[in-house]
Design a binder for this molecule. Structure first.
Ligand code: FNR
Length: 180
């Protein structure tokens, strides 16, 4: 199984990136996780969507080559960051690269609620848009107070979160296999 993680933060020390890296390392024997960066994805422009920049085509090709998608989102002003919305705009057009791929959402924020509002919006967007990516129900991962849950080396150190993820990822694996 090959999964792509789409991380909605381009910050070098991003907790969401670290969360994705935790999943990548801890479950390496269960699936391959490729973490995609949104750093250099240009703003979506309908004028060029049929002749999109190479970096966009490469990004979409990587998504298309995966069996499943892991969305990892911070919360900006009670919703998803613009970089993530922008990537969704590109993916919703022309060849709809996530079409039919099972996916799940997780996220971290420094607030107590762990990006819950952003995740709710992301669920709405993915449901309402033409992306058609069946989302794992329940199994909601809200890593709140993220600045207290990673050690100085960037590793997830909160045992309750680590244990919860073990259960959630098992469920995600079953979900992926159901669509394989
Ligand atoms: C935030 N942050 C934030 N946190 C939160 O829980 N709810 C929110 O609505 C917001 N809004 C917000 C807006 C903007 C513009 C920034 C820069 C930050 C704080 C946010 O949780 C924190 O910066 C995280 O560290 C962002 O995720 P990464 O970059 O660490 O993955």
């Amino acid at each position: 199984m090959k999964v792509v993680a789409i991380v909605g933060s381009i910050r070098k020390e991003s907790f969401n990136l670290k969360l994705a890296q935790h999943v990548q390392k801890r479950y390496a024997d269960k699936f391959e996780l490729e973490i995609l960066s949104l750093r250099d994805i240009p703003m979506y422009d309908q004028d060029i969507e049929l002749d999109a920049p190479k970096i966009v085509l490469d990004f979409k090709a990587r998504v298309k080559a995966a069996d499943a998608v892991l969305w990892v989102t911070p919360e900006y002003n009670s919703t998803i960051p613009g970089v993530l919305g922008n990537a969704i705009d590109w993916m919703s057009r022309v060849d709809r690269s996530v079409n039919g791929k099972p996916s799940m959402i997780m996220g971290a924020s420094m607030g107590a609620m762990g990006s819950v509002k952003a995740q709710m919006h992301l669920r709405d967007i993915l449901f309402a848009s033409g992306l058609n990516s069946p989302l794992l129900p329940m199994n909601e991962v809200y890593v709140g107070a993220a600045h207290t849950k990673f050690d100085e080396n960037g590793n997830l150190s909160d045992q309750a979160t680590i244990d919860f993820l073990d259960t959630v990822i098992e469920n995600f694996l079953k979900w992926m296999k159901a669509f394989a």
